[in-house]
Design a protein around this ligand. Structure first.
Ligand code: ATP
Length: 365
C-alpha cells in the first residue's frame, strides 16, 4: 500500500503549547499515517521535541487536540498511550544484562518466564543482537546500546515508536549504518516511526515524509524529493541542502508560463504554478541546486548557457565545488561536479561557461 493510501495514525489539530509566556508550538495541524516513517526536522529550539512529547503524553498541550489512532488523547496519561519512546541517551541500565534491559519493559505485563524469554529473544533478533542476551549492558558499544534501547521499546509492540535524536551520540560511520538498519527495521515491523532530528541528510535518507519546522510552526510537510526539489520558501530551501539564489523579476504572465528575468541567467519561461497571479515587475528570487548546473568544456554546447568567473575551487574527493560569479551578479553561485573521470582543472580567475536548465529552477516570492 502506498503511504498516501494508509489510514491516519496521528492527527494534530491546531496544537498550541506555551511555556509560561513562550509560545513553543504555534498552531500545528498535520496528520501522520499508519506505517509511515515520519520525521520532524528543524533547527535547535524550533519545537520538534516538544511536538514529539505531546504524542507521548509527556507534555500537556495548551490548546488544540492530538489524536492517536482516532482517539482524543486529552487526559490520557503517557503509560496508557500506544506509543513508546527511544531517547537520545538510551537510558540503559549498565548493571543489568542485555536481556534484562530489553525485558524491563515487560515487567508490568505479568507474563510467564517462558513467554518473557521468548519475547526478549524475538526483540533481540529484530535489532540484530541475537545471542547477546547474557552480556553485561555496560560492555556494549554505542551502536549496540542503541539497538538494546530499540529492542526494549519494540518489545511492548507499540503502534507508534517515537525516536528523539536516537543516533546523535554515534560517530558518522555508525550513524549511517544505523540509519539503514532503522529503515529496514521499520519496514519489517510496519509500525509508525516518528523521528526527531536536526540533521537534514538523516531526514532525507530515512523518511517517507518530513515536516520542516521553524519557530513552533511547520514550514513545509512533504516527501524528501519534493522538499529537496520544490521547497516552498527560501528558508526551507536553505535548511535542506544548498541552494543558489539569484535576484529576478517577473516580466509577464502568459498561457505558456511566467516570463522571468534573472540576474546572470537572463530571460526564461517558468511554470506559472510557481507564482500564480504575480504582477509584472514584481521582484522575486530564483533558486537552483548546485548539481543542476554544470561547467561546459571546449566543444560542449547547451541550450542555456551563462558566462562567469571562477572564484573558488573546493575539492571533496568524489566531487568538486566551484564557486562562480556569473556576469552581472554580485555574489557567486556554487556548482558541484562529480569527479568521474578525474576532475576539471580550472584555476581561480578563469572564465567559465555554465549550462543550466529552466526546469531545475524554483521561484520564490
Ligand atoms: P533541540 O533540537 O535543541 O532539542 P527542539 O526543536 O527539539 O530543539 P524543543 O526542545 O521542542 O526544541 O524546545 C522548543 C522551545 O521551547 C525552546 O526554545 C525551548 O527552550 C523551550 N522549552 C522547551 N521545554 C521547555 C520547558 N520545560 N520550559 C520552558 N521552555 C521550554
Amino acid at each position: 500500500m502506498t503511504v498516501a493510501a494508509k489510514p491516519t495514525m496521528i492527527e494534530f489539530r491546531d496544537v498550541h503549547k506555551y511555556y509560561g509566556d513562550y509560545h513553543a508550538l504555534r498552531g500545528i495541524s498535520a496528520t501522520i499515517r499508519a506505517g509511515e516513517f515520519f520525521s520532524l526536522l528543524g533547527p535547535s529550539g524550533c519545537g520538534k521535541t516538544t511536538l514529539l512529547r505531546t504524542i507521548a503524553g509527556f507534555e500537556e498541550i495548551s490548546s488544540g487536540v492530538v489524536l492517536i489512532d482516532g482517539k482524543d488523547t486529552r487526559g490520557v496519561p503517557a503509560n496508557k498511550r500506544p506509543t513508546n519512546m527511544v531517547f537520545q541517551s538510551y537510558a540503559i541500565f549498565p548493571h543489568l544484562t542485555v536481556a534484562e534491559n530489553v525485558g524491563f519493559g515487560l515487567r508490568r505485563a505479568n507474563l510467564s518466564k517462558e513467554e518473557t524469554t521468548r519475547r526478549v529473544a524475538e526483540a533481540l533478533e529484530m535489532v540484530g543482537l541475537r545471542g547477546y542476551g547474557a552480556r553485561a549492558a555496560h560492555a556494549l558499544s554505542g551502536g549496540q546500546r542503541q539497538r538494546v534501547a530499540l529492542a526494549r521499546a519494540l518489545i511492548l509492540k507499540p503502534k507508534v515508536l517515537l525516536l528523539d535524536e536516537p543516533l546523535s551520540a554515534l560517530d558518522k560511520k555508525m550513524r549511517e549504518q544505523m540509519q539503514v538498519e532503522l529503515i529496514k527495521l521499520q519496514r519489517q515491523v510496519g509500525i509508525t516511526f516518528i523521528l526527531v532530528t536536526h540533521d537534514q541528510e538523516e531526514a532525507l535518507v530515512m523518511s517517507d515524509r518530513i515536516a520542516v519546522m521553524f519557530e513552533g510552526e511547520i514550514a513545509q510537510l512533504a516527501d524528501p524529493e519534493t522538499l529537496y526539489r520544490r521547497p516552498t520558501s527560501r528558508k526551507v530551501a536553505d535548511f535542506i541542502g544548498t541552494m543558489n539564489f539569484l535576484p529576478a523579476r517577473i516580466l509577464s504572465e502568459t498561457q505558456q508560463g511566467i516570463e522571468v528575468e534573472a540576474q546572470g541567467l537572463g530571460r526564461m519561461l517558468l511554470d506559472p504554478m510557481q507564482a500564480p497571479g504575480a504582477a509584472s515587475g514584481t521582484g522575486v528570487t530564483v533558486g537552483f541546486r548546485p548539481e543542476t548546473a554544470t561547467i561546459l568544456f571546449e566543444g560542449q554546447k547547451a541550450d542555456r548557457e551563462a558566462m562567469g568567473t571562477i572564484e573558488e575551487v573546493v575539492y571533496y574527493g568524489d566531487m568538486t565545488y566551484y564557486d562562480i560569479r556569473l556576469d552581472g551578479t554580485e555574489a557567486p553561485i556554487r556548482l558541484s561536479m562529480r569527479n568521474v573521470f578525474g576532475r576539471a582543472v580550472l584555476e581561480i580567475g578563469a572564465r567559465a561557461r555554465v549550462a543550466w536548465s529552466p526546469g531545475a529552477l524554483v521561484l520564490f516570492r
